[in-house]
Structure formats: structure tokens, C-alpha cells
Design a protein. Sequence first.
Length: 341
Amino acid sequence: MAGAGCGSWQGIRSPAQLRAELAPRLHALPAVEIVVPHEVDADAIERAREVVGGHATISQRAQVLFDAIFADGVFGMRYTPIVTIPAGEALERHEGNCLTLASIFVGLARGVGLSAYYLDASKRVGEVDTEEEVIVHMGHITAAVESERGTLAMDFGWDLPRGDYYRRLDDDEAVAHFYNNRGYERLDQSIRAGTELDWSGAALDFAIATEIRPDFARGWNNLGIANARLGRRLDAIHDYRRAAELDADFAAPRTNLGVLALREGRTAEALAAFDSAVAIEPKNARAHFHRGVALTRLARPGEAIAAFDRALAIDPTFARAAVMRERTRADLAGASAPAAR
């Protein structure tokens, strides 16, 4: 598979096998409650068999199945961004996000005998600024099959473009993505509804994701945010540091360590964390903004204004950066003005 980092992919397991494998890793979740996102029932698989019947090649069967997932009168699915649900529920609701749609394809394709698996097709994970911390949900998850034509990615039913980045996911990593996204969506739904954010529920989802995959940096970052919001500062620091250790190119946990330090008055430590974040991701407007806030608190207004300028050059719509820049300019002008006699 051109351009793909396959790593040590562990192959395909049935939902029952996957649950049995995951159960010893989880402390707060019985095996029967573990969600396997690509699990589909026998009726759905039988319908998929009817769809692909009569098509000889693997690539034809994969394409026909992919088309059927979106076809009215067959499975009739539609893409909906903030809907991470198991494949079985999604088939009843006829909606789901990219992870959910990939799960439907994987479950049905395996049910009809195709060698299907998940792909992480993200060039960059999705990040959302929650006013201070940066929470991370999934990037872009799709699915693929091995065919007589090679690897066939099912985003649009085309072969994988050569040179692009695609990483094959183990099933357990796909389950970790499911729980990480569910924690994120739990918070997003509360924000949309104007209700109190369920940080305890989100923390449980993020914790499950990290127990399933202890190397899952995104989950550790998000668990840190939930623990910080729940007043568990030492846990939060541990989680952020774990995320940073696992992924040297991941700016979010460094930004979040800085936010926590800034909140607690450890301003020099916060600045060092923000410096680290912008070194990793020079076009991260939020990291530059937080760096500017730290610099204002260290009485370095000229550098702070430059940091806010940089944030606004990256994101001209960043209102908080504009407000802080003008406030810092006004304070600097006032400090420079001659005293009245």
C-alpha cells in the first residue's frame, strides 16, 4: 500500500474475539458492554450478500457494497459529522460520521467474506479550542479492502492515491477512537444544548480509550482536560505528559500543560510549554495566543503583542487574540505616556 504506515497490524478478529481480548484491559466496563463499532447483525449481512451476489471480483464486490451503503432503498446511509454510534444503531438511524460509516463498511464487508479493515486517513487530527484547553477528536477514518487490484480505499470508491498518508488501524485502535469520539461528542452535545458539560461521563469515555490503547496520545490528552475540569490536577498533569511522551509532534498536550500552569500562576513554566507547542506547530494560532497571554503576565508586552499578531496572521477571525492585542497595546501606551503634572 503506497504511502501507508502499516506498523504491526494484528489482523482481523470477530467481535466476540475482540471483546475477549479487550476485557482484561478495562477496569470499569464489563466485557458484554464493550462496544465493537463494526458489529452488525445477521440480517444486515444477509442483505449485503444479496447486494454483492453475482459479482465475481473482489473489487467489484467492494464497490457494489460501498454504493449500496449510501443507496436509497438499500442501506440508505447519509454522512452526519457529529454522530459516532455503533454500526447496528447507525443502520437503523441511517446516519453517521466517517468512523461510523467506515464501521458499517468493515462489518458488512467482513460478513460477505472481504478482507476489510480501518484506515486512519488523517493528515492532521481535528482540534477544538474549548476557550482554554485544546480537545482532540478523530481526524478522518475510512476503510479499505485488499483486492486483485491492490488496496482499495472506500472513501469515494477509488484506489489509494500514491504518496498520500494512510495508516492501517488495528480493530482495538478503532474501538479506542470510538470511545474518544464519544467523549468528545458528549461535550459537544451539551454545548449545543446549553446544558452543563458532562465532564465525568467524558472522562470515563476517554479513560476507556486509553485503557484499550495505552499508546493512544489523543485519548490521554482529552482525559487530561476532563481531569483538569474535575479538579484532579495531578491526574491531568500525568495525562498531558503521557500524551506528549507518546507523540513528539503533538502540540495539544503541551498547550494544555501551559494552560494548567498559567491557571495556577506558574507563568514561566506555562511560557516554556507554549514555546514547545509553537516550535512543534508554528501555525497553531491558539498556542501563539496563549503564549501572548503568558508574556503579558510576565510584563513583556512587546513580545506579547508580537505573539497576538502571529495568532491573528494565522487566523484573522480569532477574536480573543484581537481583544488581547488591543488591550496590551493600550496598556503599553499608557505605561509609556509621560506623567501628568
